[in-house]
Ligand binder design. Structure first.
Ligand code: SF4
Length: 381
């Protein structure tokens, strides 16, 4: 069996400049879920396994969500490769996060999973079923560096980025669960609104989305995938330059530099002016609509004056505004529905489509900004 972890050492101390090749003591196995299809083809080709078998393995992993590859009825060359290369102590493994906790909302439509990764970090994934649609909300980091003051995840700080395979594995877990609930239901929508800032982990996120949207695998359409960002300006511009086909949702929350800075510390790095400019460039390059997320917080950003300023700020951008009544967290209160509807009216009168996001899963703390912290509280109790 060949390991990918070959290393080279230049011998200088003995006066002999040479090269030792061998298997590194610090050899790191790789997740098959981390690999794109073309990388999988290369890996198998290096082991003498042809393209046809790579397709079979890709389907097993991504379409069938298989975690026990040894049990699959593969043809002999692939079966042999799997036997030699996949498993504990071998070159490759599968990301199969352990389900530490699962909580269902009282209406049964939302399920929140606390998943433990290989290094013990825990993240949350939420499966939401409403309006006949099944949507998975995934995490992209353990913790988050952005520190939004109304967000439970933000108060925990940053731990680490997730690998592509750890993002893919959340979607596959949701699909497995959905299959047990109703095999006829399909997971067609995905939002990157769980723990972490997706555009702070750009490469891993793009790699994962490539696998997730592949028609030979999970096949979630790229236009059904929403990337939510708090405003990482360079990555928004990169999304545009690379013509990524996903939907962009920008969390705004403030109509002036001061209003926004009080809620979103990241705006000290990328100001509101820079963010709006990046959004204009994004729209001009891609021709795509941007979804702006506005968490309504009582007394902070829900006044008619703020709504009027927002209309002026976004003028000329093809924008849809999603209003989100704040989920109860961190001492901030959500806007009363009457105030929220007044706010909405001003935006609509200003020419912007504007809807309220449905508050799903609040009773299981699966709403945005409530992930994981609630588990800590429950553990303490
Ligand atoms: S709202 Fe999003 S970006 Fe802000 S701290 Fe929470 S997880 Fe991070």
């Amino acid at each position: 069996m060949k390991f990918a972890g070959l290393f080279e050492i230049e011998l200088e101390c003995t006066g002999v400049r040479g090269c030792i090749r061998g298997v590194s003591d610090t050899f790191q196995p790789r997740s098959l879920h981390d690999l794109s299809f073309s990388e999988l083809v290369e890996v198998l080709a290096a082991g003498g396994v042809i393209l046809h078998h790579a397709r079979a393995l890709w389907r097993a992993i991504h379409r069938d969500c298989e975690l026990d590859l040894a049990s699959r009825d593969f043809l002999p060359p692939l079966k042999r490769w799997v036997h030699e290369s996949v498993g504990e102590g071998k070159a490759y493994f599968l990301d199969a996060p352990e389900v530490v906790d699962e909580i269902r909302s009282s209406d049964g439509l939302t399920r929140k999973f606390l998943l433990r990764l290989r290094d013990g970090q825990t993240i949350e994934t939420v499966l939401m079923g409403y309006d006949g649609r099944q949507t998975v909300c995934v995490s992209t980091q353990a913790g988050c560096a952005m520190g939004c003051v109304f967000c439970a995840t933000g108060q925990m700080g940053f731990v680490r980025h997730l690998r592509p395979g750890e993002i893919v594995a959340q979607v596959l877990h949701a699909r497995r669960v959905l299959k047990t609930i109703d095999p006829k239901k399909r997971l067609r929508n995905m939002v990157l609104m769980g723990m972490g800032e997706p555009l702070h982990n750009y490469d891993a996120v793009m790699s994962a989305l490539g696998s997730i949207s592949d028609v030979g695998g999970c096949s979630i359409g790229p236009t059904k995938i929403s990337i939510s960002t708090v405003g990482v300006v360079p990555s928004i511009l990169r999304l545009a330059e690379e013509q990524r086909p996903y939907r962009l949702a920008v969390s705004l929350h403030g109509s002036t530099e001061e209003e926004r800075a009080a809620l979103v510390p990241a705006s000290k790095r990328w100001s509101l002016a820079m963010l709006i400019d990046a959004c204009r460039q994004y729209g001009a390059i891609t021709g795509k609509r941007i979804f702006f997320e506005w968490t309504l917080i009582a007394g902070k950003n829900d006044s008619p004056e703020t709504a009027a300023r927002l209309v002026e700020l976004l003028r000329g951008i093809d924008a849809h505004i999603n209003l989100i009544p704040l989920n109860p967290t961190g001492g901030f209160a959500g806007t009363q529905s009457e105030t929220g509807h007044e706010f909405q009216k001003i935006l609509i009168a200003g020419g912007f489509p504007c809807t309220f996001r449905q508050r799903r899963g609040i009773d299981v703390a699966a709403g945005c900004g409530m992930l994981k912290a609630e588990k800590r509280v429950r553990a303490t109790v």
